[in-house]
Design a binder for this molecule. Structure first.
Ligand code: ADP
Ligand code: MG
Length: 464
């Protein structure tokens, strides 16, 4: 946490007001480092761990002073590797964008709404590379007016094979553009991208090379294969909301079924599920309707849900990088969290290797749900971005043209309008997660937040 303020970084007052409503008052390190340069129009090459607040770091410079788009010709582009991440970025930017129109496009859903929104005009387009190329091919959108570009999780886009598409897309944007790149690592393909597509970038590097998992407590439990599900049920009961990682889709589905039988409410998210199912699962988890999110690696990376009490590696992670990215889902934004790895006898060696690479030297112990319960952090206190709870994320872009008449002149006018219109138009949003007066998150129908016990699960009682 830095001592500089958003105002000192040059953030306009209406945006400061809007983010303050979400409990954001002091810039995180990457924000303190990057926002002023971003606002000044500089290219940025940023490395910061997951959960460090990169979205605001680029989102604020994107919104401020952006030109108004003609139909099908967005002015700014954010490229992101996954649908979930694209949705989250759009959702977060909308919370302070005022009348700036933020659209989002990704594959796996229909074209209709995306066509419509692009035709009406989208100022900032958040997109996954594949669907964007598809839409360009159909004449639904052109990038020729784009003069601000963000590449978010560039390393992940490289991992997923999107680099050729990213390059083709960048080649279609304005040569005069500002390019802000953010990534957990800046080597390999990402370094090449910087070399080829950024002009004299300011480099801001924050934290370690990897997501910061040091804020979490790490437990390694010896389990026999046959006991894994029962132990997982106990662990979830002891420290939820929990994200449980499986290696395969099939394994995720099977575990979900078994946990369901044990009285634990779960949602499942993996590549084999439809976009609607994934959106729904994430919403149920975010809103506290389920105890656990069962996830495969690809589906979960880059997603942030606050107040995740524990991450459980049901299947041991394949490598240190996977361990870090999975584990980075908890203990975010300064909140605590516990990471539990279930280790079968024949996996001890692999886990030792991962531990050594990451500097974790915790001993392998017998499962101990009581210890886990004692370590699990208190529930999250801060409400999420408005849209995340108020509306189910839509399939396509959103815009409401009537509210987008831009007053002539400076940002002040635009943002004044934002305060009068957009934000007050959805006051209920901040209640969406049902916070009580002390800001404590409550889980309706699942007992008070203070008690982490899941009613009716033998698993939980077994450890009392
Ligand atoms: P990253 O993209 O680096 O993984 P995000 O931008 O998703 O991180 O931010 C992680 C979480 O921290 C989000 O819930 C976000 O709303 C919150 N956050 C961001 N900046 C701040 C801040 N300055 N103060 C408090 N919370 C913040
Ligand atoms: Mg992010």
């Amino acid at each position: 946490m830095s001592s500089v303020t958003f105002a000192q970084l040059g953030v306009p007052a209406p945006i400061i007001t809007a983010i303050a409503r979400r409990g954001i008052h002091t810039p995180f390190e990457i924000q303190a480092a990057a926002i002023a340069d971003g606002l000044a129009g500089r290219d940025i090459c940023g490395r910061a761990p997951t959960g460090s607040g990169k979205t605001l770091a680029f989102g604020i410079p994107l919104v401020v002073g952006i030109g108004r788009a003609e139909p099908k010709r967005p002015r700014a582009l954010v490229l992101a590797p996954t649908r979930e991440l694209a949705e989250q970025i759009a959702t977060e930017i909308r919370t302070f964008a005022g009348p700036v129109r933020v659209g989002v496009v990704y594959g796996g859903v229909g074209y209709g709404r995306q066509f419509d929104a692009l035709r009406q005009g989208v100022d900032i387009l958040v997109a996954c590379p594949g669907r964007l190329e598809d839409l360009i091919g159909q004449g639904a959108v052109s990038l020729s007016a784009v003069d601000r570009v963000v590449l978010d999780e560039a390393d992940r886009m490289a991992d997923m094979g999107f680099m050729p598409a990213v390059r083709r897309l960048l080649d279609q944007t304005s040569r005069q553009r500002q390019t802000m790149l953010f990534s957990a690592t800046l080597d390999g393909d990402v370094a090449k991208l910087t070399r080829d597509y950024q002009r004299d970038p300011v480099r801001h590097e924050v934290g370690d090379e990897t997501p910061d998992i040091t804020a979490a407590t790490h437990l390694f439990w010896n389990v026999a294969k046959a006991d894994r599900t029962a132990v997982t049920a106990e662990a979830v009961s002891a420290a939820w909301p929990a994200i449980v990682f499986c290696r395969t889709r099939h394994g995720s589905d099977r575990l979900a079924k078994q946990l369901g039988k044990a009285g634990i409410q779960v949602a499942t998210i993996h590549g084999g599920r439809s976009q609607n199912q994934r959106t729904r699962a994430l919403a149920d988890f975010t809103n506290g309707k389920v105890h656990a999110l069962i996830a495969s690696d690809v589906a979960a990376r880059g997603i942030h849900v606050e107040g995740v009490a524990s991450v459980i590696h049901y299947d041991v992670p394949e490598d240190p990088k996977t361990y870090v990215h999975r584990s980075g889902r908890t203990a975010r934004a300064g909140l605590g969290g516990v990471v539990v790895t279930l280790v079968q006898p024949e996996q001890v060696r692999d886990i030792r290797l991962i531990q050594r690479r990451l500097g974790l030297n915790e001993a392998l112990t017998a499962p101990d749900a009581n210890a886990l319960r004692a370590l699990s952090p208190p529930p999250v206190r801060r409400p999420p971005p408005a849209r995340a709870v108020e509306e189910a994320p839509t399939n396509g872009t959103q815009s409401s043209p009537s509210s987008h008449v831009r007053p002539a002149g400076a940002d002040g006018g635009r943002n004044g309008r934002a305060r009068a219109g957009t934000h007050q138009a959805r006051p209920a949003a901040r209640d969406g997660r049902r916070t009580d007066q002390a800001g404590q998150r409550r889980y309706d129908g699942m007992g008070a937040a203070g008690s982490r016990r899941i009613p009716g699960t033998g698993a939980a009682r077994g450890h009392r």
